[in-house]
Design a protein around this ligand. Structure first.
Ligand code: HEC
Length: 440
């Protein structure tokens, strides 16, 4: 993917922030849509099978309506499915500029799979919606005969589409997981990345959420949006709302636990208050959805059909924002390097000649301040206590930070901060400046 890397320029700090906002927005379109398509296609194929077995005409009607309503039409598939994913790829290329890890490659693979999957799923959709249904019972046998020949074959398109979508979502989840764990992620191969425990957990959350949301979406469309068309057929309404609210409730039950495990799996440097808060918000919304699913199922409160859909969408969006926060934290240092490159480029463009030096304080704040303070002990010793021994020995200090060795038995060893030589120079310059100020 290096050709992509060559296309982008370093970003200013403001620009990087903006990119994170746009990314949140496009993913808030893509993720709910793709999950509804996934859940809808799965259920449609499943109920088509049930129809084949039981010949209950409700099943074929349900199967047909599911795929018809939840995939909307190919135009929507492009606008909510493909364009946001393509936009996300371009944004990731910019955000992870010069250190692409595999995030971008995974997203591109995801795009290819999702594209192929949507083509097949829409073929399936049009073959099933073109079947004329005859609801009256005496025509039942004739009806099912005319369906069986053509349709069951076409449902294979749906099945293959579903499998491709499954793989596409898996790659998508692996891409996002690698970006949100940027600082602690090392690429060990496609298979091992896909099978990494964090990726599997996030994938599970995605699939389970997809089932909860697609059932809520169908309740919304049927009970709220199209409620006037359906008043005539209350048996069918009861049939579908039983299935959807039961399935939705079951799917959403494990979500809070899964989300909680996900939060605690973030590394300490990545975890922040806002990640925690967005996860809690999402969990609370899911609790609320339990209640609404239950009211629809047992109390026949159909008016909640619309509310439950939006509650779950907000729950999903809270999780997406959480991932963006995690990514912002995990790539903080990388963003700093990018914006420093940008400042440097700007200085050259302006003809200021002097190449802007790396800002030692900024590097220090990100890479050292989590363990050190100048005037008191923290994880490591206070700088003002140790710096006197390095006076006039700048080279030794540089060597130490490039490759820390064990010094004081009272402290744990200092991990290698992994800075480039110019970065080490900048940090050391900053340390000594502060030390000299302090001495005066
Ligand atoms: C994960 C925590 C951690 C980080 C991050 C960290 N340090 Fe340290 N640092 C330590 C610990 C612990 C010691 C004490 C090590 C020892 O005495 O063996 C130490 C010791 C030092 C010393 C004293 C060495 C001596 O000769 O006594 C200096 C100077 C120092 N760190 C600078 C830095 C700078 C600059 C950075 C950022 C680039 C940094 N540290 C990042 C934990 C950290």
């Amino acid at each position: 993917m290096e050709f992509l890397d060559k296309l982008v320029l370093p970003q200013s700090a403001e620009h990087i922030k903006l990119l994170h906002y746009i990314l949140t927005l496009v993913l808030a379109l893509f993720v709910p849509f793709i999950s509804v398509v996934f859940g809808g296609t799965f259920s449609s194929i499943y109920f088509l099978k049930r129809f084949k077995k039981t010949e209950n005409p409700f099943y074929i009607k349900f199967s047909k309506e599911l795929i018809e309503n939840l995939t909307v039409n190919p135009g929507v598939g492009i606008i909510l499915g493909l364009i946001p994913l393509l936009t996300a790829i371009l944004i990731f290329v910019q955000l992870l500029h010069t250190s692409l890890i595999q995030t971008v490659s995974f997203l591109i693979l995801s795009f290819v799979f999702v594209l192929a999957a949507l083509v097949l799923i829409y073929i399936y959709r049009y073959s099933i919606t073109s079947v004329k249904l005859n609801d009256s019972d005496n025509n039942k046998n004739e009806n099912s005969l005319s369906i069986s020949n053509s349709l069951y074959l076409k449902s294979n398109y749906g099945k293959i589409g579903l499998i491709l979508l499954f793989v596409g979502i898996w790659f998508y989840v692996a891409a996002i997981t690698s970006a949100t764990n940027f600082s602690s992620w090392s690429f060990t191969g496609v298979i091992t990345s896909l099978a990494a425990p964090k990726v599997l957990l996030n994938f599970l959350i995605f699939i389970v959420f997809a089932f909860a949301l697609s059932n809520a979406a169908f309740l919304f469309i049927h009970l709220y949006w199209k409620r006037r068309e359906k008043t005539s057929d209350s048996d069918y309404t009861k049939f579908m709302k039983d299935i959807c609210s039961k399935a939705g409730l079951r799917a959403s039950l494990p979500l809070p636990v899964l989300i909680a495990i996900n939060v605690f799996s973030f590394s300490e440097t990545t975890l922040s208050g806002s990640i925690f808060i967005y996860s809690v918000v999402s969990i609370l919304l899911i609790f609320l959805s339990y209640h609404l699913f239950y009211m629809i199922l047992n109390k026949n409160e159909y008016k909640f059909g619309s509310l439950i859909f939006f509650i779950l969408i907000f729950g999903w969006v809270a999780l997406i924002i959480k991932d963006q926060k995690a990514m912002t934290n995990a790539t903080e240092y990388h963003s700093l390097v990018l914006s420093t490159d940008y400042d440097k480029m700007l200085a050259e463009l302006k003809g200021e000649g002097t190449i802007a030096v790396l800002n030692g304080k900024e590097i220090y704040d990100v890479r050292c301040a989590s363990c050190h303070k100048f005037d008191q002990k923290f994880v490591g010793p206070a700088h003002f206590d140790v710096l006197p021994k390095y006076e006039g020995k700048e080279g030794q200090l540089i060597a130490y930070i490039k490759n820390p060795v064990k010094v004081d038995p009272a402290y744990p060893p200092m991990p290698n901060p992994g800075l480039t030589p110019p970065e080490v120079d900048a940090v050391v310059k900053y340390l000594l400046e502060e030390y000299n100020k302090h001495k005066k």
